[in-house]
Every structure is written in C-alpha cells, then in structure tokens.
Design a protein around this ligand. Structure first.
Ligand SMILES: *[C@@H]1O[C@H](CO)[C@@H](O)[C@H](O)[C@H]1NC(C)=O
Length: 435
C-alpha cells in the first residue's frame, strides 16, 4: 500500500501546476515570509529522528533510542546505522543515497548561509550519518549492500524501531546481480559528500571519493536495474527511470569532485543515448535525476534559458512558503513548524510512546491495536518531517492511516535544507537594508 506513495516524486511537486498558475498572476515581489531559520533547524532535527543504529551522546531527538543493532549480522556484515527512510523501518539504499546527495548539494551551494544560521555542524552530521553507513555497506569494490529489512514483513507490524521484531535480513547487488541505479546514486552521494568534507575533514573526504570512484566503475561496468536483481525492493522503490540517469548523475558529481575530464567526457558522450537530456523533464526525485544533471551542466556553461534566475527564485520561494503555511488551509506541511501542522503523522516511532519514557515491549500487532488506531495526536512530534501533503483540491486529512498525505520521507526534507538557509540569509539582508 505504501508503495504508491513511494513512487511519487517530491510531494510538493503535485502542487506545481497550481502554484505556477498563481505565480503568473502575482507580482514578482515576495508576499509571505516565514521564519526560515526555525525551518532550517527543524529540518535537520528530522534526520536525527530517522537515525538507525547506536545513537550518539549528543542526540537531540530524545524520544528515540538505539535500534537495528544487529543489522547485517545474519549475512556476516556490519550494517548498523544509516537512516529509516520514512514512517517504517526498512533501510532502502536508493532513497537513502539520494537524501545524502541532496543535503550535500544544499551545503555545497549554500554552506555559508547554513553556517551563518549556526547549523553547519548539524548539517554535516546529517550527511556523515549516511556516508558512514555507505562505507560499511560497500564491502568490496563490486559489492554494495542496498537494503536491510523488507517492506512486506515491516509493514505487517506497527512498532517502535527500538522494539523491532521483523526481519533484518540484508540484501546486496554485485557483479552477478548488478544494480547500476542504486550503485550510481551511492557514488553520487559519496562524491558530493567528499566535496562537503574537503576542508573540514580531508582524510574522510578522500575516503569518500575513493568509494565513489569504485562504485561508479562497478555500476558502469556491470549494468543492470537493481529491482530486477534484488527483487525485494520491487513495489517499494522500483527504479522506473532505469539506471542511465544515475550513471550520468554520478559522473557529473565525480567531475565536480575531481575536475577529472574523463567524467565530463562520459556525460557528454552518453548524454544523448542515455536520454533525458534534451527535453524538458517535469520530475526530479529519488528515481529520476535528469533535471538535476541539467542543472549541474548549466552551471558549467552558463546557458541562458527562457526563464530568468529571478523568476526561478520567486517560484521556489512560493513553493517553500506554501509548504510552510501560505496555503488555503494555513497549514504547515513541515511537521512542528508554525501554529498548525499535521499531528497524526504516519510514523511508527512518533505515534507510540517514547521508548525512553516507557521501555515496556510493544509487540508487532499491539502497536496497531493501541497506538495506530488512536484518534489522538502522536505522542512525539517528528520535527522537520515534510509529509505527503494536500490533494489537488488542497484538502488534507490528518489521519495516521492516510499514508499518502501524512507520511514523510527523508528525501522530501533533504532538498529544503539549503533552500531554507538561503531564504533565511536573504530575509536577514532585507531586514538589515530596510533600516
Ligand atoms: C487562513 O488565513 C487567512 C488570513 O489570516 C484567513 O482569512 C483564512 O480564513 C484562513 N483559513 C483557514 C482555513 O483557516
């Protein structure tokens, strides 16, 4: 059931046409403004709520505790750590890697603004929590562990991650069962993260780049769709667009990270035959990366398009403001932001009493009986989570069972981190110059 939602692109995009229309009748002057610094802080808290593994002493989301401590054990590999992708407890490699790529991109573009808001350390931690896991999961040049747990057994239970009793079997792609999409995205994530850590942690940056190069070679040499060779992911994160976009995307990030022209040549030589480069693309998501490749490519050549940077900026600000409450319901779809936000988020951990408050074991179906079905608000607020959001009539039904609208995913919040920082910076500038 949750499968449908997972196939959607970024949830905000379904308001795309609607907002584009509004945009055309409004002046370019900005109207609504929100506390973007607060949104930035909260967006980074969300990644702490989604942490799997052994939580550090400075964990700020204190309703969470250690979980998934035997991940990979059955297969003889240490896969403790990483992120749960949404309201369940499967660790899906492809969306996790895309999440890390997106936060990294945000820091590469707007790192100074994130630092200006005092959030750089948290942003770096959110990336490292993912890349530390990818390092563990990439056990040899041509092996990448790409999933822990499975959607079928996981969705049968409603439990806190700390109580998990469902299968934690791990799944991999390798030479015989290739997955160029998940491998390509993980290469992109590690290449992008290597740029982020270049100054603050050069050794780590170098290690990430080493993994990224190996992964790209593996993904390019042994080509295949991961959902065909690792069937467990089918119906959850099937790569509809195939792996061509991830290979180009990985090469693009490797070029940015290394300045090695072989990667750029790879993009130029394959762009046409791999598709998705010459025409307009209406989706940018954990599955489809072509639009991102086009943006990175345009930064290299400074092409003049049909829309001005100012128009693009105004459009993104409108989108962000809509998400934060400038919409017909006056509802923030970023959880925990502003006076009105979803209170029954489809999230196992958030909807059950905190493990640190009550360590009594809550079983697989007990969670459904006693917590999932409750009409009250969730006992824990999953700050910074961006839920699926309103339907095309701008209606939103705040019910736990309504996963299409009330579930959140890490890759929805990830692209917002940098944008919140940029908007916050501009807001500060405006305040200063208006005096
Ligand atoms: C949203 O806010 C506007 C302006 O304050 C108000 O006129 C409108 O009635 C509000 N709508 C809802 C659904 O609360």
């Amino acid at each position: 059931m949750v499968m449908m939602m997972k196939k959607k692109p970024l949830s905000i995009s379904k308001n795309y046409c609607f907002l584009l229309f509004i945009f055309s009748i409004l002046s370019t002057r900005s109207i609504a403004s929100h506390n973007y610094a607060d949104a930035l802080t909260k967006s980074l808290l969300y990644f702490e709520a989604q942490r799997s593994g052994h939580l550090p002493y400075n964990q700020r989301v204190t309703w969470r505790d250690h979980s998934g401590l035997t991940d990979g054990l059955q297969q003889g590999v240490d896969l403790v750590g990483g992120y749960y992708d949404a309201g369940d407890h499967v660790k899906f490699g492809l969306p996790m890697a895309f999440t890390v790529t997106m936060v990294s991109w945000g820091i590469i573009e707007y790192g100074d603004y994130i630092a200006g808001a005092g959030e750089l350390d948290h942003a770096l931690e959110s990336i490292k929590w993912g890349t530390d896991y990818f390092i563990k999961a990439h056990t040899s040049p041509n092996v990448l562990w790409a999933e822990v747990g499975d959607g079928y057994t996981d969705h049968y239970c409603w439990q806190r991650p700390e109580d998990m009793t469902t299968s934690r079997q791990a799944y991999k792609v390798d030479e015989n069962n290739p997955g160029s999409d998940v491998v390509g995205e993980t290469a992109a994530a590690m290449a992008a993260a290597s740029i982020v850590f270049r100054k603050t942690n050069p050794r780590y940056s170098h290690l990430l780049l080493h993994h990224a190069k190996q992964l790209f070679e593996f993904g390019d040499k042994y080509r295949g769709k991961y959902d065909e060779n690792m069937g467990v992911v089918k119906n959850y994160y099937t790569s509809i667009s195939g792996f061509n976009d991830e290979l180009l995307w990985a090469a693009m990030w490797l070029y940015k990270a290394t300045d090695d022209h072989r990667y750029l040549s790879y993009v130029i030589d394959n762009a046409d035959s791999f598709g998705g480069i010459g025409w307009s693309i209406t989706e940018f998501s954990w599955d489809v990366k072509f639009a991102g490749i086009q943006v990175l490519a345009s930064q290299l050549k400074c092409a003049m398009g049909d829309v001005t940077p100012q128009e693009l900026f105004q459009f993104s600000k409108q989108q962000v403001d809509y998400v934060l409450g400038s919409n017909p319901l006056n509802m923030s779809y970023l959880v925990g932001f502003g006076p009105k936000f979803p209170s029954r988020v489809h999230h196992r951990g958030a909807s059950i009493v905190s493990y640190r408050e009550n360590k009594g074991f809550i079983g697989c179906t007990e969670g459904y009986d006693n917590w999932y079905g409750s009409s009250g608000p969730n006992p824990n607020i999953v700050f910074g989570a961006l839920v699926g959001g309103p339907n095309h009539k701008d209606e939103f039904f705040d019910r736990r069972g309504n996963y299409m609208q009330t579930e959140a995913c890490t890759y929805n919040t990830a692209p917002l981190v940098g944008i919140f920082a940029k908007l916050n910076y501009l807001e500060d500038m405006n305040l200063r110059t208006s005096y």
